[in-house]
Design a protein. Structure first.
Length: 616
């Protein structure tokens, strides 16, 4: 157990030979002239699980078995139970001790606290067999062993201790346990415990505050790749029952048998566990909300305010939606800066929370046009540069250019939802939303311009080189030409036709790419250019550049086939393999950039209705 400053002071007094009252005589009377140094041998034996040495020592000093042997006033039992590998030593020690196993260390923790802290469930069970009341003994800070187990997320330990802990009906103790269970992700146990004592939901600090900080426990806060997303969408939650009761699987039902078997495939199993956590977390939030709304309106509003604000700032739209579903008036709750949840969603660029505005039945335009304490309306908030952490989240291969594009998308979207007069509304600094946007994004525009020009310059060099090579290859055809008529010698060969087509395609695509990158270099780089114009040119330039590289490699392979002839046709195979190397490298290095740009420019907007629930 960890010690606090008061414990450290007491330890210092013990080290310097003073009693708990700072009196030398108290210490002398208490320890009868003995010092902790005489227990060093027993201490080492407990640490190394050396029962032979411990037996010899205890035979000479039988009272040492329940005496403090460390500066933290730990007994040999408390020292030993922290590690599972010392369990043989612990078992022997318990047999010698009898029923007297409730000694405490300097923080008031017992051996059961120590066993739970070390995850030693076997030792914990032995201790409870000796004295079941250990489960109900608190340390100096009111912490029960079950609180320790819950805080560490030790599921098996929590289940075992809940059966013997009897004083959890006290409000503070129960609320502390609920907080610990929620913090460690044991949502199913927390839900069961909450249903047994529903009044805990309406106590403060609300467990909803804890849930509003657990972003990874919800779908909105979990990043899944393409395959994980497919598995997540298709895997049913009932797999949990099948996995936990494999003996009950109906083998006469092939579909159920296959589903059960797939559960144990590691990639599928990991995704299933993620989905199960999301489901359990959402059920716990829903249950908490249902209980909170049963109390009076002012208290419910006070309880919901903080988790609603925190969930909005972190982008946990599931919690926001559940709170608003249970407590519709929550949509009118404001922060200390008089900002609604939609204003906060704009400030922190949480599109999934902002998208809840599509489910509002009220006048959304008037709602967002209301100014906050700084006289900024929602469009002013969108005009301000996103918080640095949000910009870092958007920092991908496209860097500042993609960030600038996303900032423009936010500004344009919010502009749709405010009243026309609000677009020209001046804030306390006398600035309109557009002026705020221009001023706060000028550095980002410069960074985006620099990145675009650097990228275009690099790609222009490659495109120009390909254009030069394929043009030279076209006028010096492989195999030479007939001096009489000027026609290529291998004009009728199918390989020559392949060469001609691929070389022409490489020429046209590289020329197109070159023109696109040159247009990027000569662009005026206005704010609005980052929305569609510049990204579109970059996408076309990269696609055509990739196509020109592939075509050039095909033309090169066809040339070798023509020059070397049919007798060395085998050369085509290694050439084809080696030609894939530059193509693959280019795809691996540039495809993430290209994909990001295509998704941000042409994919469905991030702003859209995501649920059929109606928010009043």
């Amino acid at each position: 157990m960890k010690t606090k400053s008061s414990d450290v002071k007491l330890i210092s007094d013990l080290v310097y030979g003073k009693g708990k009252n700072g009196n030398d005589k108290d210490w002398t009377d208490q320890k009868r002239g003995q010092s902790l140094s005489q227990y060093v041998l027993l201490h080492k034996a407990a640490l190394t699980a050396d029962w032979k040495t411990a037996t010899e020592f205890l035979d000479q000093e039988p009272n040492a078995i329940d005496q403090p042997i460390t500066w933290c006033l730990e007994t040999a039992l408390i020292v030993a139970v922290r590690l599972v590998k010392r369990n043989p030593f612990v078992k022997e020690l318990l047999q010698r001790m009898g029923q007297n196993v409730a000694q405490k260390d300097i923080s008031g923790a017992t051996a059961l606290h120590a066993a739970v802290d070390g995850g030693n469930i076997e030792a914990a069970e032995w201790l409870l067999e000796k004295n079941s009341e250990l489960a109900n003994i608190r340390d100096n800070y009111g912490t029960l062993p079950v609180h320790v187990a819950a805080g560490l997320g030790k599921r098996e330990m929590v289940d075992s201790l809940l059966k013997v802990t009897t004083n959890l009906s006290e409000n503070e103790s129960g609320l502390q346990l609920l907080h610990s269970l929620a913090s460690s992700g044991l949502y199913d146990i927390a839900l069961t415990f909450l249903r047994s004592d529903p009044k805990l939901a309406s106590m403060e600090p609300s467990p909803l505050v804890v849930m509003a900080q657990k972003r990874s426990s919800f779908r909105s806060g979990t990043c899944l790749n393409f395959w994980q997303h497919l598995i997540y969408s298709g895997i049913p939650l009932k797999l949990e029952d099948i996995a936990n009761h494999p003996n009950e699987t109906n083998f006469e039902n092939p579909a159920k048998w296959v589903v059960s078997a797939l559960t144990y495939v590691p990639p599928i199993e990991s995704v299933r566990k993620i989905k199960l956590i999301h489901h359990q977390a959402l059920k716990l939030v829903k249950c908490l909300c249902e209980e909170v709304v049963k109390i009076d309106y002012p208290n419910a509003a006070e309880i919901f305010t903080e988790p609603l604000r925190n969930a909005t700032c972190l982008g946990i739209h599931e919690i926001v939606e559940e709170i608003l579903e249970s407590f519709p008036s929550g949509i009118h709750l404001r922060s200390e800066k008089n900002q609604s949840l939609f204003h906060l969603a704009i400030v922190y660029r949480r599109e999934k929370v902002f998208n809840l505005i599509y489910q509002m039945e009220e006048d959304r335009r008037a709602f967002l046009s209301i100014p906050d304490a700084s006289t900024n309306n929602a469009l002013h908030s969108a005009g301000n540069l996103a918080l640095q952490q949000q910009l870092l989240l958007r920092a991908s291969a496209a860097g500042a250019a993609l960030q600038m594009q996303r900032e423009l998308q936010w500004f344009k979207e919010v502009e749709k939802f405010i009243l026309p007069q609000a677009r020209e509304h001046m804030n306390a600094d006398g600035k309109t939303p557009q002026e705020v946007f221009t001023e706060t994004h000028k550095d980002l525009v410069k960074e985006g311009e620099k990145w675009m020009k650097d990228t275009a310059t690099s790609c222009t060099i490659v495109a120009a080189l390909i254009t030069t090579v394929v043009f030279a290859a076209a006028i010096t055809v492989p195999g030479g030409t007939n001096s009489d008529n000027g026609l290529p010698f291998f004009l009728e060969a199918r390989t020559f036709t392949l060469f001609g087509i691929s070389d022409a395609l490489a020429m046209f695509s590289s020329s197109t790419s070159l023109l696109m990158f040159l247009s990027i270099l000569t662009s005026r780089y206005g704010e609005q250019d980052f929305l569609y114009s510049l990204p579109r040119r970059l996408i076309i330039g990269l696609v055509t550049l990739f196509l020109s590289i592939i075509s050039m490699m095909i033309a090169f392979g066809a040339t070798l086939k023509i020059v070397l002839g049919e007798k060395r046709a085998w050369i085509v195979i290694p050439v084809a393999v080696l030609s894939c190397v530059p193509v693959t490298l280019f795809a691996l290095l540039q495809f993430p950039l290209l994909l990001d740009m295509i998704k941000s420019t042409y994919y469905p907007s991030i702003f859209r209705k995501q649920s059929n629930r109606i928010l009043h």
